[in-house]
Ligand binder design. Structure first.
Ligand code: SF4
Length: 256
């Protein structure tokens, strides 16, 4: 895995490529960002931004949303998918905010992840963007891009969060996540556009993918390889045995 200095240099290179990196969710408060982030599961940010203005106009805070009728919330968020589960999560989260935090969004990871429907990724989004508390959200883009670059080594988002936050100063955690997410959306997609990548020279995945494969070590062909070889290039064991047998049966040469 890359050193902390290398990780910082890679993030800096990508920061120049994506100076506009930021969350694409629209919000005016920590509560609105919390709601929008919960809605963004299995949905695009643009799709969430389409439904939140009407949702926030009708239910502007945790108290209003906690007292909502489920059907009203479901109708307003229907197009984001999984609307029943999401409505339940939003109303449960809002009730917990009212009961435990006087309707305010708490400023700590521990308190945030105790809210219904809130995991570390959502908590880090809210901490980093709306509350000014360093947080590094790890989504599927951050996972893919950081592993390819070699600045993280794990499929586990919590582990990748630890590795990246261990290498980067807290002041850049949230921005680093935004940069990696945008890079994953625009350039380092599942089918990566390496020719357009500012970090190509430092990328472990690119180095491995573009390396010339070494020739196989010289050795005798296996039985299967001999059997599959084009005719005339190998002598199967059966043919050899038949030839030896025929030679034995041949009449002895006449002496002169
Ligand atoms: S070089 Fe290619 S694989 Fe590596 S980070 Fe850039 S786009 Fe992704």
């Amino acid at each position: 895995m890359r050193s902390a200095a290398e990780t910082q240099a890679i993030i800096q290179a990508l920061a120049h490529q994506h100076p506009d990196a930021d969350t694409e969710l629209h919000y005016r408060s920590a509560f609105e960002l919390l709601v929008a982030t919960i809605l963004s599961a299995q949905a695009t940010d643009a799709g969430v931004n389409k439904v939140t203005p009407a949702l926030f106009a009708r239910f502007p805070d945790a108290r209003a949303l906690s007292a909502a009728a489920a059907e009203d919330v479901e109708r307003l968020i229907h197009s984001t998918g999984f609307f029943r589960q999401k409505a339940r999560a939003l109303m449960g989260m809002s009730r917990a905010l009212v009961e435990r935090h006087a309707g305010e969004v708490p400023r700590t990871m521990d308190a945030l992840v105790r809210l219904p429907g809130v995991g570390r990724k959502t908590a880090n989004v809210v901490l980093g963007h709306a509350l000014g508390v360093p947080g590094l959200p790890v989504d599927r883009h951050v996972l893919r891009v950081s592993n390819r670059l070699g600045i993280a080594e794990s499929d586990d988002p919590d582990r990748v969060e630890q590795q990246l936050t261990g290498a980067l100063p807290p002041a850049v955690w949230t921005r680093a996540s935004d940069i990696l997410i945008l890079h994953g959306r625009r350039v380092c997609k599942p089918e990566p556009q390496c020719g357009q990548c500012a970090a190509v020279d430092a990328c472990a995945f690119y180095a491995e993918a573009s390396a010339v494969p070494a020739p196989p070590p010289s050795r005798a062909p296996t039985r299967r390889e001999r059997a599959n070889a084009p005719r005339g290039t190998a002598k199967p064991a059966k043919a050899k045995a038949a030839k030896a047998k025929a030679a034995k049966k041949a009449p002895p040469r006449r002496r002169r």
